[in-house]
Design a protein around this ligand. Structure first.
Ligand code: FE2
Length: 387
């Protein structure tokens, strides 16, 4: 251990932590949700694939027979402002007791948006207004929202934000505030067992990147660092096993826990530079979110080491067993290579010049400014990521 990298990092200012989402975790735990919901009107927000999965599920199928159900099964990957507003308008005269989000991050985010938008305090406002003026929904009291994740990655099941894409403008927006918190999350890894390989890799990289971004983050504190470090230990071990496609149940369970812990960490810190850079890459080139985030992860880590205040040494020890920070970078580079992140991302982008042309859009307010080391240009980070 070098003298300039003290092992004990302390927050520089007053800090706190708050997350009101009630957690139920473990293989088979979704049964507990079924037992708690009867004779209600449920708004279930999911994809068409999710509707089939839920309906045929040995436990969750009872939700449909024991309750009345309003379905929103039109959720697409990266839900858009126009499509969400259409669903809000379609449901404007409906009433429901409880909302269930079933699926990956897109279903989580769509459910949050619909629940807040359909709250009595918000119904007179368009979604565009709610996105632009958070005060309009800050004191809204939407219905209870229960989240059931079918992927291990997003963390959205435990955060107070929802991503909404303005596809026409190729811009990412965020609905964020106290009304957006889910009520309870059920983390049942059995729901992730049938996720296709490509989605397992992309969502797993999202979870790992979210944990990493929570660590090299100006908002980090001892609680978030603990959650994020544990998430990285679990995720970096589990994802390569899952990428082999052999149905490793233990690895599924570990990845679900990693995703949850990363979500808890970013529910306080939010994400940082990799996520900020990723949004235009997804909007312009259609790169899946987790891959777009992981693309710059080793390069952004190396950039952040120049602002190390002692937090990276314990991380290196936790992940590699050594305090060597070059070894920490190598750990992330190894994962990057093993998941073929560069190849999977650059296959969607015409040229390095096309990537660099988006640099100005990659400074997302509320994300890039969370990054531990300040950054004024992204050119070298993008060039290193491109290879
Ligand atoms: Fe993410």
């Amino acid at each position: 251990m070098s003298a300039r990298t003290p092992i004990h990092w302390h927050p520089q200012a007053r800090w706190g932590f708050y997350n009101p989402v009630k957690l139920t975790v473990g293989r088979g735990c979704r049964h507990a949700l079924v037992e708690s919901l009867t004779d209600q009107t449920l708004l279930i927000v999911t994809t068409q694939r999710g509707r089939r999965q839920l309906t045929e599920d040995e436990h969750l199928g009872a939700l449909i027979t024991h309750n009345s159900v309003l379905w929103v099964d039109s959720v697409q990957e990266n839900p858009g402002l126009t499509a969400l507003q259409a669903e809000i308008d379609r449901l404007a005269d409906q009433t429901f007791d409880t909302v269930i989000a079933f699926g990956g991050g897109s279903a989580m985010d769509a459910a949050k948006v619909l629940n807040v938008s359909l709250a009595p305090e918000c119904r007179e406002h368009s979604l565009q207004t709610l996105l632009a003026e958070p005060a309009r929904h800050a004191s809204a009291r939407p219905q209870p929202l229960y989240t059931l994740t079918t992927t291990s990655g997003t963390g959205s099941e435990v955060t107070p934000f929802a991503t909404v894409w303005h596809h026409e403008l190729k811009k990412k927006r965020s609905l964020a505030g106290p009304a957006v918190w889910p009520t309870a999350a059920f983390i049942d890894p059995a729901l992730t067992d049938t996720v296709p390989l490509a989605a397992t890799i992309s969502t797993g990289l999202d979870a790992i990147n979210q944990a990493a971004e929570s660590i090299w983050n100006k908002n980090a504190n001892p609680i978030t660092l603990g959650y994020a470090t544990r998430a990285l230990q679990l995720g970096i071990a589990a994802l390569p096993l899952l990428a082999q496609g052999n149905g490793d149940i233990n690895a599924r369970d570990q990845m679900a826990e990693a995703s949850l812990l990363a979500g808890l960490a970013i529910s306080h810190t939010r994400t940082a530079l990799c996520h900020s850079i990723s949004y235009p890459i997804t909007a312009h080139f259609g790169v899946p979110h987790g891959l777009a985030c992981a693309f710059t992860m080793p390069a952004v880590l190396r950039h952040n080491l120049q602002a190390d205040d002692g937090r990276f040494t314990p991380l290196a020890q936790a992940l590699t067993g050594s305090s060597d920070l070059d070894g920490l970078v190598a750990c992330f580079e190894h994962l990057h290579e093993a998941m073929q992140v560069r190849k999977r991302v650059t296959a969607n982008i015409p040229s390095l010049e096309a990537l660099l042309a988006l640099e100005a859009e990659m400074f997302t307010p509320g994300r890039a400014d969370n990054n531990l080391a300040d950054v004024t240009t992204l050119t070298s980070i993008l060039e290193v990521a491109w290879g």
